[in-house]
Ligand binder design. Structure first.
Ligand code: HGY
Ligand code: MN
Ligand code: MN
Length: 422
């Protein structure tokens, strides 16, 4: 094992981490329903970005912004070898609507806490250490999700991302310029040596098993599609059922179908209809048009494909029966990802050294780590989510659990960095 004597001095300031989680959690606060909303490239997200950049500068990190708006704060190594092949940690600070305070932000701020430990000990890392905050991880305004890290990893051309039109009709590149985060650095010009992302589990497993640390070995596949149904508007009171071409009923039938698909999958496939709109959306008119989104996930690629095919077959069948036209648009399609075994072993060894209960697990949610895994060895650390709740103002992890997770991150980083100096 590596000798890390000189870096034993690194101490995590858990209080500062918790304070920054709370302060960032107040940016974009939703006074009425609780929580906060910092949807990518909005003014409230800009405010969050500005705050994180200020905190990076307070740590005297070199701040760089790339052309898709990814933000990087780097603690340069003792060797002064520039920014190349850094040990990278990070996540995102954009949120869904009425979000919790931890999703993404915890991983970015824990990364700053690691940099702070080096600064306060007056120790420079053996290899540059970079904290990343990736653009548009949530993908709810501009699809796909994990967009900034996908561009960074070379999975989506920059111009295509900049040309993306949002659900609100805005163009991503124009919004990025408007908030002042259209950087100059070429995305991916700094390839990490390794990448570790600390994140809340956002699910119920760790809490249910009373376990502190999740050693995330893999991440399930994700399929997002938008479905549009074109039927005929007609009078709700005069049109017999068998003469209807009811777009609204078809949309509801699809939602029922995908729920049954998941329920009969043995617990591996998950299906969610998160958005549904009817036109003209009035009480006594049979909907002429309906749009809905379907989010399908499974850790196994062949099962995910089977779910997509079953849905496609159902759409053909229901369109014929109801006499409507159904069209689909694939918004996101990411295959399952397996993380780096050596890094996962390092995370597990660190949790064991601290005496923290731990278990190997799969990530149900998408994360930037799944994109960075395309270009560098990557892995994730989870901490418990109370009630398994996330994407909800009630998202919560106990303070001591947040600090323990960050202790593991610091321990993993310092061991990997010390090893790098050999
Ligand atoms: O959709 C996801 O899993 C992530 O929160 N973007
Ligand atoms: Mn997240
Ligand atoms: Mn999220």
């Amino acid at each position: 094992m590596c000798d890390i004597s000189e870096q034993q001095v690194l101490k995590l300031d858990g209080g500062k981490l918790l304070e920054q989680v709370r302060v960032l959690g107040g940016v974009g606060a939703d006074e009425d329903v609780g929580g906060r909303t910092r949807i990518a490239l909005t003014d409230s997200e800009k405010a969050g970005r500005d705050l994180v950049v200020r905190w990076m500068r307070e740590l005297d990190l070199d701040v760089q912004v790339d052309s898709i708006g990814n933000i990087f704060g780097t603690l340069r190594s003792a060797k002064g070898d520039g920014y190349q092949a850094p040990m990278m940690v990070g996540s995102h600070i954009d949120t869904v609507t009425n979000a919790g305070a931890l999703d993404g932000c915890y991983g970015v701020l824990a990364g700053l806490a690691v940099a702070r430990a080096y600064r306060e000990a007056g120790v420079l890392p053996s290899r540059s250490f970079t904290v990343g905050a990736f653009t548009n991880e949530e993908g709810i305004r501009y699809q796909p999700d994990m967009m900034g890290s996908l561009v960074y990893a070379g999975g989506l051309p920059l111009q295509q991302a900049l040309d993306t039109i949002g659900t609100d009709g805005t163009k991503l590149g124009e919004e990025l310029s408007r908030i002042g985060y259209a950087g100059t650095m070429v995305p991916g010009s700094i390839v990490p040596h390794e990448y570790v992302e600390l994140h809340i589990e956002q699910g119920p497993i760790l809490e249910a098993e009373n376990i502190l640390i999740g050693v995330v070995e893999n991440l399930q596949g994700i399929s997002w599609q938008q479905i549009t149904i074109q039927g005929n508007a007609n009078h709700a009171g005069t049109t017999p059922t068998h003469l209807r071409h009811d777009a609204g009923w078809v949309a509801s039938a699809i939602a029922t179908f995908v729920r049954d698909l998941a329920a009969n999958s043995g617990g591996t496939t998950l299906a969610t209809v998160g958005c549904m709109r009817f036109e003209p959306n009035v009480i006594n008119v049979i909907p002429r048009r309906a749009t809905l989104t379907v989010d399908l996930r499974d850790p196994d690629e062949s099962r995910l494909q089977a779910a997509e095919k079953a849905l496609a077959d159902f759409l053909v069948d229901v369109a014929e029966k109801e006499g409507v036209k159904v069209s689909t648009e694939q918004l996101v399609r990411f295959s399952p990802v397996v993380f780096d075994a050596d890094l996962a072993n390092e995370i597990e060894a660190s949790a064991k050294r601290f005496g923290f209960s731990n278990r190997r697990m799969t990530s149900g949610a998408g994360h930037d780590a799944q994109m960075i895994a395309r270009i560098a060895p990557s892995a994730m650390i989870f901490v418990p989510s109370r009630g398994g709740i996330s994407h909800n103002p009630r998202e919560h992890t106990d303070d001591d659990q947040l600090v323990m997770g960050a202790e593991v991150l610091l321990d993993v980083v310092k061991r990997r960095l010390e090893c790098a100096s050999r």
